[in-house]
Unconditional design. Structure first.
Length: 110
């Protein structure tokens, strides 16, 4: 036997890309665009974001810190479920099948 079917070895993660950030994946720059990413079972938040960055290189350039390529930059906030990254998950936390990751542009000004 060759092991479990491929579907059993991979999971689907829904990534919601909100506001100006969705322009980086071909969206209108307002509202929400949703992308489904398939990753191996046991994948981390980092793996989901890397897969998304590979699919949308312009997003990848905005998401990751150019001086520390293994760390996120400061322009896009990442949420897992309803919590900001760093509260209940970090980049190396495992994601579950059907989990939701949200990318939300940070706003500055006064």
């Amino acid at each position: 036997m060759s092991g479990p079917p491929v579907a059993a070895r991979s999971i689907a993660v829904r990534v919601e890309v909100i506001s100006w950030v969705n322009r980086l994946i071909g969206g209108p720059g307002i509202g929400e665009e949703t992308v489904e990413i398939t990753v191996p079972k046991g994948a981390t938040v980092r793996a989901v974001l890397r897969a998304l960055s590979d699919r949308f290189p312009e997003l990848g350039r905005a998401l990751w810190d150019p001086t520390r390529p293994h760390e996120l930059g400061d322009n896009i906030e990442v949420l897992v479920g309803n919590a900001v990254l760093g509260v209940s998950h970090d980049l190396d936390s495992e994601v579950l099948d059907g989990e939701r990751v949200t990318l939300l542009g940070q706003y500055m000004g006064g």
